[in-house]
Structures are given as C-alpha cells and as structure tokens.
Design a protein around this ligand. Structure first.
Ligand code: 13P
Ligand code: SF4
Length: 317
C-alpha cells in the first residue's frame, strides 16, 4: 500500500463513515501523522481521547496509549492498527512486581508513567507522562514517600527538578531512548556549539546534557529537557538556527513542520522505535476496513486504573 492520494482519500472516507477520530503520536511515520485528526504527545492525546465525542478512537501509537484511551472511554470502540505494537518500557514492570514493591513501602504514593500496562495502572495512585511528571510528583505532600516507575531516567529527572530525596525509582528503561548516550550527545554538541539541545527525559543522555551545561561545555540555557509535545512548542519559541534532537526520530517530522527555517538533526539517527513503526499505511487501512485490532481492558481493571489516569489528565492543565 502506497501512502498516495487514493490511500489518503480512502482513509479519510472510512474515518468519517465510522464516526471515528484518528489520533497519532509524534513518533509515528510522517504519512500517518499527516492524515491524523490530531498528532501530539501522550498527555495531549489522552486528553483528546477523554473529551472526544466520536464513537470510535483509532489510535496510531503503541498499545499502552490505546489502552489508556479505552480506560478513559470504556463505552467507545478503541482500535489500534496493529496490536503487536508494544513498548519495552511498559514491559519493564509487571503488576506483580509493583505489588511486591508496594508491600516493602506500604505508606508510599505510587506514581507510574503512562508507559505501563492497564494492570500496573490499576495498582497506581497517580499516572503521569513526561510533560507533567514533575507537576504530579510536586503535588504529593513532601513528607510522603514516592514510588516512581518504571523509567529510571525520567525518575532521575523528576528527582533532580523536585529536589525530593524520599523518591524510590524503578530501574526500567526504553531501549530506544536509553541508547541515545552521553558521548554521542557530547560529540554532536561540540560539532555545533550554537545549537539548542532538545532532550527527552527518557534518554540515557539527559544527565549528560545537564553535565555538559554544568561544565560550561554547552551554555545551560541551550539544554532543554522536554516531552515530545513541549519540543514542538519550543521549536516555535526558540531563536536557535539549529537544534540537536535526542529522542525517537519520528519527532523530526513535527519539528520541521513547526519551524521549517530551523535545521533539526537527530543526536542518534538510528533511534527508531520498531513498535511505533508497526503502524504502517496498510495496517491503518486494514484497521478501518475490518474494525481491527480492537482494544479490550477487563472492566474491573479499567475501573481501578481510571482514577490514576484521571488524575494524570487533570494535573498540569
Ligand atoms: P511523550 O510523547 O509523552 O513525550 O512520550 C514519549 C514516549 O516515549 C512515548 O512512547
Ligand atoms: Fe516504548 Fe520507547 Fe517505543 Fe516510546 S519509544 S513506545 S517508550 S519503546
């Protein structure tokens, strides 16, 4: 299937016919981003899914995102074009792991990144995304212990910004972001000293970026730790001529659209998420034609998970 005009017409016709809303994450293939009704980060897409009046949500992203939409809108049909689109970070903690961890810290507040399964969300007090993780943790009384899972790099970022020392961090990671490493970032930054650095907090190099700033190797005002949605906002606001981007490479498409005059370059151009890329033009067409793959969440689990997801979409509005 070629993403040509005939494909675009057919996709849009089926979206209207199904009374659907088509959502795409910033890491999707450019042609998928361009045909969606909304493209954004995980928090923005969750909010749209919660508020949409469409009867079907077609989620072009990974499974936990579609599951989150189903948790928020149990009465809607939620489709993902390929249900095999998982997430290595979500796989790094199970509900049983979390129950065991909670038993060791019975009074702690559990904050889970949205990149988790519905079962983990059901064991969670407040979910967060990369764009509101700091606000979520800051909303918890200072004397309360916090369990933060599953991303160790986002956890370290939150700990650094909030200055909190009663936060325990799970040792999970996203294989794509963890592989964007400090030496690679330092080399790219030294080749282009006037560039801004846009760094996603899931990156293994987020600490290195701050180290570079701390050592005066890169001016500290050029180092920006941002969610994917905040990267788009910053692209419109910065006066930099070039920007080094440390995140999944699908992001470059929205950045270039937002600020065509800026030279955006990936810190690691092999940082591609194979799960995000399972949502192909052919998979999207099949999904709309056959009403597949439908996302189901056990109603009892969804009811338990809903409170934590609801708090997530309310904090940092
Ligand atoms: P955000 O879009 O919330 O920044 O999340 C990034 C991510 O890794 C999603 O898989
Ligand atoms: Fe998961 Fe990483 Fe892929 Fe995002 S980029 S979906 S965190 S594996």
């Amino acid at each position: 299937v070629e993403p040509d005009a005939a494909w675009r017409d057919e996709v849009r016709r089926l979206v209207e016919q199904r009374d659907a809303v088509l959502l795409a994450h910033n890491y999707q293939l450019p042609e998928i981003q361009d045909i969606a009704d909304f493209t954004g980060d995980s928090l923005a897409l969750s909010r749209i899914a919660a508020e949409s009046s469409a009867s079907t949500i077609v989620f072009c992203g990974v499974h936990f995102m579609a599951e989150t939409a189903k948790i928020l809108s149990p009465g809607k049909t939620v489709l993902i074009p390929d249900e095999r689109a998982g997430c290595s970070l979500a796989d790094s903690i199970t509900a049983a792991d979390l129950r065991e961890w909670k038993a060791q810290h019975p009074n702690a507040v559990v904050v889970s990144y949205v990149n988790t399964t519905a079962e983990v969300k059901a064991e969670t007090d407040i979910c967060c995304t990369s764009s509101n993780a700091v606000d979520v943790v800051a909303s918890i009384p200072a004397d309360k212990e916090v369990l933060f899972c599953p991303d160790q790099f986002l956890g370290a970022h939150v700990k650094r910004v909030t200055g909190r020392d009663n936060i325990h961090i799970w040792a999970g990671e996203c294989h794509v972001h963890a592989a964007i490493n400090g030496p690679e970032l330092a080399e790219r930054a030294s080749q282009d000293p006037s560039a801004d650095l846009f760094v996603h907090p899931e990156c293994g190099c987020a600490t290195s970026a701050l180290y570079l700033a701390g050592e005066g190797i890169v001016p500290s005002e050029k180092v920006k730790i941002l969610s994917t949605g905040d990267m788009v906002k910053e692209a419109k606001a910065t006066n930099a001529r070039s920007v080094l981007v440390a995140t999944e490479i699908g992001m470059l498409h929205q950045l270039r659209k937002a600020a065509p005059e800026i030279d955006f370059r990936a810190v690691n151009d092999r940082a591609s998420c194979r799960y995000m890329k399972m949502i192909t033009p052919a998979a999207l067409l099949r999904s709309l034609r056959e009403n597949k793959d439908e996302v189901h969440v056990d109603p009892e689990t969804a009811a338990r998970a809903r409170a934590s997801v609801q708090r997530m979409i309310e904090i940092g509005q």
